[in-house]
Design a protein around this ligand. Structure first.
Ligand SMILES: [Zn+2]
Length: 182
């Protein structure tokens, strides 16, 4: 799996790339503040158990873009952290697909979906978009130039890496695979 790079992605504008690069440079930034800089408001709500979050076009919340990120209040902070980065990925990379939608990255007819069948994709390309949003999130939260040395220093300890980058061990595993460190 090739490592994703913001630099090589033509869908990201110059000012967006600057903000992403600044965030990656320190890792001291807060992902919710970053999302706000992109015009998004982040809200924690009572979602369905299998829902991590989604984007909603709801101007009544008063965000500059009109869009908000909804997070599941039952999720651990590390999971919420990744979800914000994932939804920001959709917001930046998939702008064209957001047009005309009220909800993005949610589920069709959400009430009828059971926890054992959570993934009803809206169109064939959605699995590609999912994978792109995940790559965006790992690149943002675990920048390669920081993750590689940390992986060496901590001898690949996934639990320690998860703590350091404030993500789940599952996210660390994904990053280890992306950077072919495993
Ligand atoms: Zn998604």
């Amino acid at each position: 799996m090739a490592d994703y790079s913001f630099k090589a992605d033509g869908r990201i504008s110059d000012w967006e790339r600057d903000k992403l690069r600044n965030f990656c440079a320190t890792l001291e930034g807060d992902i919710v503040s970053l999302a706000r800089e992109f015009g998004l408001k982040v809200l924690v709500e009572d979602l369905l158990p299998y829902e991590r979050g989604y984007l909603q076009n709801a101007p009544s919340y008063g965000s500059p873009s009109g869009w908000v990120v909804k997070l599941n209040q039952q999720d651990r902070a590390e999971v919420q952290n990744f979800t914000v980065a994932h939804e920001l990925g959709h917001f930046v990379l998939h702008k064209a697909h957001l047009a005309g939608r009220d909800i993005f990255d949610g589920r069709i007819n959400r009430d009828s979906q059971s926890a054992t069948d959570p993934f009803i994709y809206l169109e064939p390309s959605d699995q590609i978009m999912e994978s792109e949003a995940n790559q965006f999130a790992t690149a943002l939260l675990m920048p390669a130039n920081q993750f590689r040395p940390a992986f060496s220093r901590l001898a690949g300890d996934q639990s320690a890496l998860a703590k350091l980058f404030f993500v789940t061990e599952k996210a660390v595993k994904r990053r280890v695979a992306e950077l072919a460190l495993g």
